[in-house]
Design a protein around this ligand. Structure first.
Ligand code: ZN
Ligand code: ZN
Ligand code: ZN
Length: 284
């Protein structure tokens, strides 16, 4: 019998979500007027007994509601930027009053939590039980589930940054919401091309940093570097007919991929790439 492990995408927006706090641009206003909320990036891994949550956002309620009536058993954190971690306080006494949730994070990430009094309280009260991982060391979760953290170059102001490869019984997924540039990432992982790297990782499904469509979307974009989607599309080539599925996500509110029926959406779909829907599931 097939062992049922699913990945569910729970957020496709950048850290601020959409609508974006304090912003009244056409995209934010369109989403507000139509009561559409896009949550910051997060991925659930749903096993028979366990529920793993990669990145914990302030939209935790609406995100977990998509999974159904299940308790989170494990948390995995990519890095310390606000949208990826600001939901962890919700596990505390004031809200969920959880206990013994395993917190998988890097050394610097655990140090940040330990040195932030309000978050350290979660560890002191056994709400979160820290479990430090090392880059590239695979962690065997169960007979059918392996998770591997992969260090990625990204503005490391307070912590380092990791992507995760989640390997199920039949398929593997890469979750990579943030990185600074393909040049730095490929150099760091010693690979010549994006496709080579995905092949090396053995992944069939990729959730990829799609923060900005192009280079000059934001006046302060140089301060918050991400590879523009146009750059990633060029490196990926045409994926039509290929087994590899690439889903862009972590969209900033300025990204034209958030404008219904935009030319940019057409260009992305024509190249064989995809945009996920929050709540969409993938059998691993
Ligand atoms: Zn982010
Ligand atoms: Zn906006
Ligand atoms: Zn970030």
């Amino acid at each position: 019998m097939r062992h049922d492990i699913r990945a569910m995408i729970l957020g496709i927006a950048q850290d601020g979500g959409v609508p974006h706090p304090g912003c009244f641009c056409d995209t934010c206003q369109f989403h507000w007027d139509n009561q559409i909320v896009l949550s910051p990036s997060s991925l659930a891994i749903i096993d028979e007994k366990q529920l793993h949550l990669i990145d914990v956002t302030r939209n935790l309620d609406r995100q977990l509601r998509k999974v159904g009536d299940r308790q989170v058993t494990d948390i995995w954190l990519t890095h310390g930027h606000v949208g990826h971690i600001d939901g962890i306080g919700l596990f505390g006494k004031e809200v969920m009053n959880a206990n013994n949730v395993k917190l998988h994070a890097s050394k610097s990430m655990i140090e940040l939590i330990r040195s932030t009094p309000k978050w350290n309280e979660l560890i002191e009260n056994n709400i979160l039980i820290p479990s430090q991982f090392n880059s590239n060391d695979s962690i065997q979760i169960s007979e059918y589930l392996v998770i591997t953290p992969i260090q990625i170059p990204h503005r490391d102001e307070l912590t380092d940054t990791h992507a995760f490869v989640v390997k199920g019984p039949e398929k593997s997924v890469l979750y990579l919401p943030d990185h600074d540039s393909w040049e730095e990432t490929l150099d760091f992982v010693s690979q010549d091309s994006v496709i080579d790297w995905f092949e090396f990782l053995g992944v069939e499904i990729v959730f990829l940093d799609g923060t900005f469509w192009s280079k000059n979307e934001l006046s302060r974009q140089n301060d918050v570097p991400h590879p523009p989607v146009v750059d990633s599309l060029e490196r990926l080539g045409n994926l039509n007919g290929k087994e590899l599925e690439v889903f862009f996500f972590h969209f900033n509110h300025t990204n034209p991929l958030l404008i219904p029926k935009s030319d940019e959406i057409k260009q992305l779909l024509d190249s064989g790439c995809k945009i996920p829907i929050e709540g969409q599931q993938f059998l691993l």
